[in-house]
Design a protein around this ligand. Structure first.
Ligand SMILES: *[C@@H]1O[C@H](CO)[C@@H](O)[C@H](O)[C@H]1NC(C)=O
Ligand SMILES: *[C@@H]1O[C@H](CO)[C@@H](O)[C@H](O)[C@H]1NC(C)=O
Ligand SMILES: *[C@@H]1O[C@H](CO)[C@@H](O)[C@H](O)[C@H]1NC(C)=O
Ligand SMILES: *[C@@H]1O[C@H](CO)[C@@H](O)[C@H](O)[C@H]1NC(C)=O
Ligand SMILES: *[C@@H]1O[C@H](CO)[C@@H](O)[C@H](O)[C@H]1NC(C)=O
Ligand SMILES: *[C@@H]1O[C@H](CO)[C@@H](O)[C@H](O)[C@H]1NC(C)=O
Ligand SMILES: *[C@@H]1O[C@H](CO)[C@@H](O)[C@H](O)[C@H]1NC(C)=O
Ligand SMILES: *[C@@H]1O[C@H](CO)[C@@H](O)[C@H](O)[C@H]1NC(C)=O
Ligand SMILES: *[C@@H]1O[C@H](CO)[C@@H](O)[C@H](O)[C@H]1NC(C)=O
Length: 582
């Protein structure tokens, strides 16, 4: 199966022609050519000078990439090794005499330097060309294309470039940093083109824009030379963005970029005969920046301040990084061990109007407003409740997709703790960084460690009830492609299968000891901090809950272990007996 996919990919890549019509004029880069960071020129230009390939200054050094030569600032359209640190100012790019495109970085005391292949190809190239379309192409001795930058898009598609079925554009970290950022655009194999935040499992709950086009014979996304963005399929082509332009012009460059802020924009760049430039924004999605999910990060919400999006923290939370408003917020109160429903004196409910979120509720019932407040206050799992048309929809911490809308009739009730985080758990924050090392081979202990480690796999992808239509096929492929971190149901099954019947019984026993606060009965070695250990067991048990909707996300697990989030006592891991937990 994997082979079939690989073969198909190769086929798709080979079918693409590098460029056509007038945009096919190119500069030859012959074998043995090289450029360097400290000798001009530091790049190879396309014939018209529109695009350049080479070293581009960024941060403290240079990145290797392709850019549109532009005023007032160049526009980077492709980056090699985007997540590596910038190369220092003693590096060369070389198409070697034996046909390898090589980046060599020299450091003091290392004459040979460090080498990296820009184009990962098995055969040798006989030459390379930099095209006026912005494509860098390597050829073999028969002039067949063996590699091209257009086949490995980063955050941008240029006129004449395809994004293959299953492929994605990933935004950059910022306008001055080309590293992997926070959003991606996927050309799904179900024919739908979808925008998601990164670090989600890409369900319809996570999507913030899609074309709602479904066609299983889709082959790729294509930005053509007249600026139309098309989903190409064997049956029929679908126009995503139309340019109204009918004739090609060498003076216009079309560019579709997923920008650092999660907005997908299509531009045309026009060059007039005097060498002046004008850029016009032809299309962009979504229309409102606050509709970009997780634009503000966790536990935060977006509002418009004039025409600028602005992030604020939800009640009971403060910015993780006060200098970076879109990095999310964390709780500033300590979560009490929530054993019994009556323990409500350490929390209060804060109301917010015109507030909404897209998080999937773990519980949804119709009731009065007052009952909804009370229900959240008395529920250990409840971080807040969205109240809309008589329905009380409760969500867990952290809240991912909150937003405030001027015309919204919904209301939100937040549960806010009264006990400040600074005044209490100083000790647990320090110890959580050094998880206990249990060396003795007591069966009980081994089992508990298993619970915790396997639980992490389980937690790495949380199953939200899936409406299916976005992801049915994507998920199947993803499960195949990312074995291990993919499908939750699978991981959960493996978790339980990894344990014998006896061991499963031991898990439940551990749970009972935990609830009775008698974990010390496991006669742990003296150097283990009981509080930390208790916390890890709780996190572990949260993660092996039978009921997928209750399991926390990886982010919350990390947050709990780091002490940023309190950990409440989980329900009994078997859902059948969940109600007897306290
Ligand atoms: C561009 O391609 C066309 C047809 O593919 C060809 O006729 C033309 O000569 C090419 N131009 C250059 C400069 O290579
Ligand atoms: C660029 O962004 C990445 C990812 O956010 C970060 O790790 C890296 O330090 C940043 N680089 C610079 C030069 O700021
Ligand atoms: C830069 O690299 C060259 C080799 O190309 C080497 O001779 C020189 O010493 C290096 N300079 C520094 C400052 O590392
Ligand atoms: C599209 O058609 C080609 C040629 O008929 C075929 O090889 C390919 O598998 C088809 N692709 C899809 C996704 O149906
Ligand atoms: C681009 O696509 C549009 C819509 O399908 C089509 O009308 C136009 O002719 C295409 N342009 C080129 C250069 O193929
Ligand atoms: C879809 O568009 C491509 C590229 O513009 C074209 O070659 C192909 O014939 C079109 N297919 C259909 C079914 O219109
Ligand atoms: C294309 O034409 C339509 C109808 O005239 C117009 O609404 C649309 O804004 C135009 N698109 C662009 C990108 O100019
Ligand atoms: C948390 O921070 C908010 C806003 O700064 C503040 O009003 C609240 O009192 C703090 N809560 C605690 C428990 O410290
Ligand atoms: C934790 O408490 C100790 C004293 O109990 C104090 O010296 C230390 O500064 C505190 N650490 C933090 C991070 O508050």
């Amino acid at each position: 199966m994997a082979f079939a996919y690989a073969a198909f990919f190769l086929l798709v890549i080979c079918i693409y022609k590098p460029a056509s019509a007038h945009q096919n004029s190119s500069t030859l880069i012959g074998l043995g050519s090289s450029i360097s960071t400290n000798v001009q020129p530091t790049s190879w230009r396309s014939p018209s000078g529109t695009f350049a390939f080479g070293f581009y200054p960024q941060g403290s050094g240079f990145i290797v990439g392709i850019w549109l030569v532009y005023k007032p600032a160049d526009i980077i359209t492709w980056t090699a090794f985007r997540d590596d640190p910038p190369v220092p100012s003693n590096a060369t790019l070389e198409l070697t005499v034996n046909g390898k495109l090589l980046l060599r970085t020299y450091y003091a005391n290392n004459e040979a330097g460090e080498e990296k292949l820009i184009a990962n190809i098995e055969k040798s190239a006989s030459g390379a060309r930099m095209f006026d379309s912005g494509n860098l192409v390597l050829y073999n001795e028969n002039s067949d294309v063996i590699w091209e930058s257009f086949s490995f898009p980063t955050d941008t598609l240029l006129g004449g470039q395809h994004l293959s079925e299953g492929g994605e554009l990933i935004s950059s970290a910022s306008t001055t940093n080309s590293s992997t950022g926070r959003f991606h655009l996927k050309m799904q194999i179900d024919g739908n083109l979808v925008l998601y935040p990164i670090d989600t499992i890409d369900t319809s709950v996570d999507a913030y824009w899609n074309t709602a086009t479904f066609d299983s014979s889709v082959t790729n996304l294509y930005l053509n030379y007249t600026g139309d963005l098309l989903i190409l399929s064997n049956d029929s082509n679908i126009t995503v963005f139309s340019s109204n332009s009918t004739s090609e012009s060498s003076l216009i460059i079309y560019r579709a970029t997923l920008e650092y802020n999660g907005i997908f924009r299509l531009y045309s760049h026009n060059f007039d005969s005097n060498g002046a430039y004008t850029a016009s924004l032809m299309h962009y999605r979504p229309q409102y920046p606050c509709n970009v999910k997780s634009f503000c990060g966790l536990n935060s919400y977006c509002t418009m301040n004039g025409n600028q999006p602005c992030c604020s923290c939800l009640p009971g939370t403060v910015f993780v990084n006060p200098n970076q408003g879109n990095n999310g917020c964390k709780r500033n109160f300590t979560e009490e061990l929530c054993k019994v429903a009556e323990e409500t004196s350490s929390y209060k409910i804060t109301d917010m109007e015109k507030m909404s979120w897209d998080d999937f509720p773990y519980s949804s019932n119709s009731m009065s407003e007052e009952d909804c407040r009370k229900s959240c206050l008395q529920d250990c799992n409840c971080a807040g409740a969205l109240y809309e048309s008589g329905d009380c929809m409760k969500v867990k911490f952290p809240v991912k997709y909150a937003k405030r809308l001027a015309d919204d009739s919904s209301k939100v009730f937040f549960k806010v703790g009264l006990k400040s985080i600074e005044r209490s758990s100083n000790r647990s924050i320090a110890t959580a960084m050094n998880p206990p090392v249990v060396q003795k081979k007591s069966e009980k202990r081994v089992v508990l460690i298993c619970i915790m480690s396997v639980a992490f796999i389980t937690c790495s992808s949380i199953a939200i009830a899936v409406s299916g239509f976005f992801i049915s096929r994507t998920r199947a492929v993803k499960a195949r492609m990312r074995m291990g971190s993919g499908n939750l149901g699978l991981a959960h099954e493996l978790t339980l299968r990894a344990f014998s019947f006896q061991e499963v019984q031991l898990c439940y026993w551990a749970y009972e000891l935990l609830v009775a606060r008698e974990l010390d009965k496991l006669d742990l070695s003296v150097d283990v901090d009981l509080e930390t250990f208790e916390k890890m067991v709780m996190v572990g048990i949260w993660c092996i809950q039978d009921e997928p909707g209750i399991r926390p996300s990886m982010k919350s697990v990390v947050s709990m272990l780091e002490g940023n989030t309190g950990v409440s006592v989980p329900p009994n891991p078997t859902s059948a007996s969940a109600s007897t937990s306290a």
